[in-house]
Design a protein around this ligand. Structure first.
Ligand code: GDD
Ligand code: MG
Length: 347
């Protein structure tokens, strides 16, 4: 099995720590290791793993290479995108780079947290078995809120191996639909991790978006290789249609299966999610860096340089960095994205 690390997101909802030039997956947000490093270290002990393939923006090539090197991971390739085209082309590049069409790829977003590694490993082994039967395997998280930022998976009645055939995959439904799915109790969230044979994924992409696959093949054929880096051809790749694997393939394929996963998965999509997965003091405060508190509770407080003192508040997020300070109510952290949009408009 070949781990494929997808690292193209900019993680704007974790501004001001996560920046375009330094997105969240390259930061040590939850432990002393960065999220990319944790993504690979978490696989330690899984049998039959081949060297990973990383796919990232070319601006991040040195950070990626250095962070892999730091943990002793020797990638088969670091594929560099001159421009982000979302996850379907990124996965296609990894699939086209595999030595054999029968190689099973384990697609991993670079910015997730999974608390229970041994349960995760068992799920990977089950997924690999299904992938070998030519299925596109998803990992289903029991849905616990009407989130609209996730894909929803309805497991069919037909059991395959330790999982189920997928009856329906719906990417990012509207709020009303998400609410109905949650109420029905029939849906999992899509974790964003997948397992499938390289050749099966490419065959499905050929069916649903032949133009994307054609451009990906051409951009890879014209790529330049130096050291571990594979630099996709900019002129060609810029013409690639952009789409996520979820819309481009998973919603359309009839070869999808789901392995349920209950392993403390969290995609750390916001400051409140980060607070959820970080160790807390008795008052429920998650604290990073030089921080003093009095009568403060259930807050996330992060200091990068200065001493940060917080008094008499609850449910706040306070983040101090070199050039920005953010203070937000913990239930308003989704609006951080709006601040980032305002900043972009100013530039
Ligand atoms: N190389 C590369 N290039 N990676 C990318 C690109 C790109 O253009 N765009 C996104 N990625 C990476 C991100 O860094 C992240 O690690 C992963 O691919 C998923 O992309 P997101 O942008 O975070 O996707 P999402 O959160 O909106 O939705 C996906 O994940 C959800 C769970 O967190 C979907 O798979 C949903 O169905 C799923 O529920
Ligand atoms: Mg995400």
């Amino acid at each position: 099995m070949i781990p494929v690390i997808l690292s193209g997101g900019s993680g704007t909802r974790l501004w001001p720590l996560s920046r375009g030039q330094y997105p969240k997956q390259f930061l040590p947000l939850v432990s002393g290791k960065t999220m990319i490093q944790e993504t690979l270290l978490r696989l330690s002990g899984v049998s039959g793993l081949q060297p990973p393939i990383a796919v990232c923006n070319e601006d991040h090539r040195f950070m990626m290479a250095e962070q892999l090197w730091e943990i002793g991971s020797k990638p088969a390739a670091i594929i560099l995108e001159p421009v982000g085209k979302n996850t379907a082309p990124a996965v296609a590049m990894a699939a086209l780079s595999a030595a054999s069409a029968d190689d099973v790829l384990l697609i991993l977003p670079a910015d997730h947290v999974i608390a229970d590694t041994s349960t995760f490993h068992r799920a990977i082994a089950k997924a690999e078995q299904l992938a070998k039967q030519d299925l596109l395997v998803t990992f289903g998280i029991v849905a616990s809120a009407p989130e609209t930022g996730y894909g929803y998976i309805k497991a069919g009645a037909e059991q395959v191996g330790d999982g189920f055939k997928v009856a329906a995959f719906v990417e990012k439904p509207d709020a009303e639909t998400a609410q109905a799915y949650l109420a029905s109790g029939d849906y999992f969230w899509n974790s964003g991790m997948f397992a499938f044979k390289a050749g099966i994924f490419l065959a499905e992409l050929e069916k649903f978006n032949p133009q994307m696959l054609k451009v990906c093949r051409e951009a890879l054929a014209a790529a330049k290789t130096d050291l571990d880096f594979t630099r996709l051809d900019k002129e060609i790749f810029s013409t690639c249609p952009a789409d996520s694997i979820d819309y481009a393939v998973m919603e359309k394929t009839d070869k999808a299966a789901v392995i349920p996963l209950d392993a403390g998965w969290n995609d750390v999509g916001s400051w409140s999610a980060l607070w959820d997965v970080t160790g807390k003091d008795q008052a429920g405060n998650a604290i990073k860096g030089d921080v003093l508190t009095i009568d403060t509770g259930n807050s996330y407080i992060h200091s990068s340089n200065k001493l940060v003192a917080v008094i008499g508040v609850r449910d706040l997020v306070v983040v101090e960095t070199d050039d920005a300070v953010m203070v937000a109510s913990k239930d308003r952290v989704q609006d951080v994205k709006a601040i980032v949009d305002q900043l972009k408009a100013l530039k």
